[in-house]
Design a protein around this ligand. Structure first.
Ligand code: SAM
Length: 242
């Protein structure tokens, strides 16, 4: 398709992110369930519920990975709609495509290898854009947000599902979990503690709720708001293009 596109990561961060996701791709779904104790399913269901996506809509799932959101969106938009699963990482994209094909999802899904910073789509293409647990991996987040705004249709909605800053009483427990338990789980199940240490660090470095809201507003989104889930461990930000 004319969407076919290959991005070569350049920065050190991009290289590291590429290595992490190449190495975890085949175990990604199992680890997601283990690490979040299955709760990521709830966070995603809440996101889908808030998307207002209708039959016939065009949806872009950026950093779509193994395709949890894409699979559900494909049902929601129906045969007249379209869902594009975009991810920078060929290994994740392959696992996602195989998995969704096995689930019998096809016909209205397109797979595109693309960097969130330079989305290879025309202006005003999508009714809804999601990026779930992806933005914190992106090197230039402001550039990525501007790119999302560009390809969103006027009236369209962006939803960013991402780890955020938990309430203060939870911080000590959360720190122990992410810096001790997570890498240990990673080592046990994938023999790869390093990738999960990266995960914990990338979560700490990511802007908190109000900072991300401000970034979205600065990029040009309107009516930007967020909702905390699981005591702020995760937040769902949304904004519109008008
Ligand atoms: N959205 C899926 C989910 O919620 O299960 C996958 C999330 S996974 C933690 C993060 C994904 O972001 C990986 O598949 C990775 O390849 C992708 N990614 C990282 N940097 C990216 C970028 N600059 N542009 C697009 N995708 C990127």
């Amino acid at each position: 398709t004319h969407f076919g596109f290959k991005q070569v990561p350049t920065s050190e961060k991009a290289k590291h992110v590429a290595e992490v996701f190449h190495s975890v791709a085949s175990r990604y779904d199992l680890m997601n369930d283990l690490m979040s104790m299955g709760i990521h399913r709830f966070w995603k269901r809440f996101t889908l519920h808030n998307s207002n996506v209708r039959r016939g809509a065009k949806v872009l799932d950026i950093a779509g990975g193994t395709g949890d959101l894409t699979a559900k969106f494909a049902d929601m938009v129906g045969s007249k709609g379209k869902v594009v699963l975009a991810d920078i990482n060929a290994s994740m994209l392959n696992v996602g495509r195989d998995r969704l094909t096995d689930l019998g999802k096809s016909g209205n899904i397109e797979y595109v290898q693309a960097n969130a910073e330079t989305l290879p789509f025309p202006d005003n293409t999508f009714d809804c854009i999601t990026i779930a647990f992806g933005l914190r991996n992106v090197t230039d987040k402001d550039k990525a947000l501007r790119s999302m705004l560009r390809v969103l249709k006027p009236g369209g909605k962006l939803m960013v599902l991402e780890f955020s800053q938990p309430v203060s009483w939870l911080t000590p427990i959360y720190d122990t979990y992410s810096f001790k338990v997570l890498p240990a789980l990673g080592k046990l199940f994938t023999n790869d503690a390093e990738s999960y240490r990266y995960l914990a660090e990338s979560i700490r470095m990511h802007p908190d709720q109000t900072s991300l809201k401000k970034m979205m507003e600065d990029a040009g989104f309107e009516r930007v708001d967020f909702m905390n889930m699981s005591a702020g461990i995760v937040a769902l930000h949304s904004g519109y293009k008008f």
